[in-house]
Design a protein around this ligand. Structure first.
Ligand SMILES: [Zn+2]
Length: 467
């Protein structure tokens, strides 16, 4: 049996967060009533001419710089010709031979070191309108009674980022996609929300035997808008392709649909080649030639990117926690507490636990830091301090008064009583299953109405259990 290696590349589409559309002045408003944000340009009336959105071009360059791409001095919009009811012009304005952003590298930190994912290109295009299939059970075109088109979305600036097939597992692909999304969001160029359709991905999957050069035919799974389904679709594609190769069947290059109910891919249509689109330079638009000063200004404005921050924090608190801190949005609270003098390790711990999902008021960083550093407060006092710190100004003194019982002579008899009452757990612990300690600590805390110092309880319990 051969050992197979998945080969995965992603094409990621993000709606840019501009005020207006890519080539006209219609406003982008997701909640607007259907077909209320249209004009002769985005409805393709004869004679209407496109005018490029300067902000969308800047956003694309910014992202290109973040991905280490070469920024083109001369970039061209091209017509991609095809017919579909959501595309009134009969072509999409995209970029083909001369994209705004050329080759780059996106560095994805992992527990095992940095993974470098090649970027083929990042270009700018316009999104199609939205088709809604109605009157059927599935919401798909097959079986629908009729279809409606909402042209509000037509002409939305769309950034497409194409990676090299450098990814070799569904986990790796998802890690790349999540970090890319985080980067896009932090740069402020897109909300990149999969649930709202402002971030979508086409996934290209093939397999090859380990050590094999070159690539086998790939399957393209288009328009995926859920991290979970992307992961499952990749795994399903890998499974089905390996089975086909091993059975000696032909694997054709095609577009596939993923069906979550059966966890299988079914062929959608055979893949078009670029030739089928009859690309040619858009005659209604002049080439885009970003001035060097603009590119340098955008480069200077780049913030420290999430990937770089993960690497920096990881040196102090380890990769897993650094990754979690940055990717879960608890970083801001942690940095406030670091600013108040806590070490990053402690600040990260409380930010990802007690403060998770809540916003610490900046003025409370210092008093809360004091409370955390005190260490010997009752659990209630800690919890109350964390709860209050996201509500309004707090006074550390109020919580510092509520010290926990750490006096061994006071805790000793309680602990002895708990041990005597729970012989089974004592036996289990001594048998090597130390996880049971948490249960015993919990009993002591309950017995002391939460006033005991958990660190001291832990130590005393361990000492007695060792005896
Ligand atoms: Zn318009």
């Amino acid at each position: 049996m051969s050992e197979w290696e998945p080969v995965i590349g992603l094409e990621v589409h993000a709606h840019l967060k501009t005020r207006t559309k890519m080539f006209c002045r219609c406003e982008l408003e997701y909640s607007a009533g259907e077909n209320t944000r249209t004009c002769p340009v985005c409805l393709a009336h004869p004679g209407a001419l496109p005018v490029p959105n300067a902000r969308a071009i800047e956003f694309t360059i910014t992202l290109g710089l973040a991905l280490g791409c070469e920024i083109a001095a001369h970039s061209v919009f091209a017509r991609k010709n095809y017919f579909y009811p959501d595309l009134p012009k009969g072509y999409q304005i995209s970029q083909y031979e001369a994209p705004l952003c050329g080759r780059g590298t996106f560095v994805v930190p992992t527990a095992g070191g940095e993974e470098r994912v090649g970027i083929v290109r990042a270009h700018l295009e316009e999104d199609a309108a939205k088709t809604v299939h109605a009157g059927g059970a599935t919401g798909r075109s097959v079986g629908a009674a009729y279809s409606l088109v909402d042209f509000n979305r037509g002409g939305t600036p769309l950034l497409e980022i194409v990676s090299e097939p450098d990814l070799h597992s569904s986990d790796g692909a998802l890690r790349y996609l999540r970090l890319l999304r985080q980067t896009i969001v932090e740069l402020g160029i897109s909300d990149a929300e999969m649930e709202k359709g402002t971030l979508r991905a086409d996934v290209n999957v093939s397999v090859r035997e380990r050590g094999e050069e070159g690539y086998r035919p790939r399957w393209e799974i288009k328009n995926m808008n859920s991290f979970t389904f992307i992961g499952r679709a990749i795994d399903a594609a890998v499974r089905q392709q390996i089975a086909a190769h091993e059975a000696g069947e032909r694997v054709e290059q095609s577009t596939y649909d993923y069906d979550p109910d059966t966890d299988r891919l079914t062929v959608h249509r055979s893949k078009e080649e670029a030739d089928d689109y009859r690309y040619f330079p858009e005659p209604d638009l002049v080439p885009v030639e970003p001035p060097a000063e603009l590119v340098e200004r955008l480069r200077a404005e780049l913030p420290e990117l999430p990937g770089a921050r993960i690497v920096r924090y990881a040196a102090e608190i380890g990769f897993e926690r650094a990754d979690e801190l940055v990717m879960t949005g608890n970083e801001a609270n942690a940095l406030l507490l670091v600013g108040a003098g806590l070490d990053l390790d402690t600040a990260a711990t409380v930010s990802m636990n007690q403060l998770a999902g809540r916003t610490l008021l900046p003025e409370n960083a210092a008093p809360l830091g004091e409370v955390i550093r005190a260490g010997n407060l009752t659990r209630e006092a800690f919890n109350a301090a964390f709860a209050a710190a996201v509500e309004g100004p707090i006074d550390a003194a109020e919580f510092l008064a509520q010290t926990a019982v750490s006096d061994e002579s006071a805790l000793g008899p309680v602990i002895d009583a708990i041990l005597a009452a729970n012989p089974e757990q004592v036996e289990t612990y001594r048998g090597g299953k130390e996880g049971v300690l948490g249960f015993l600590v919990g009993r002591v805390m309950r017995e002391t109405q939460g006033k005991a110092d958990p660190a001291v309880v832990n130590r005393l319990l361990r000492e007695r259990l060792r005896a």
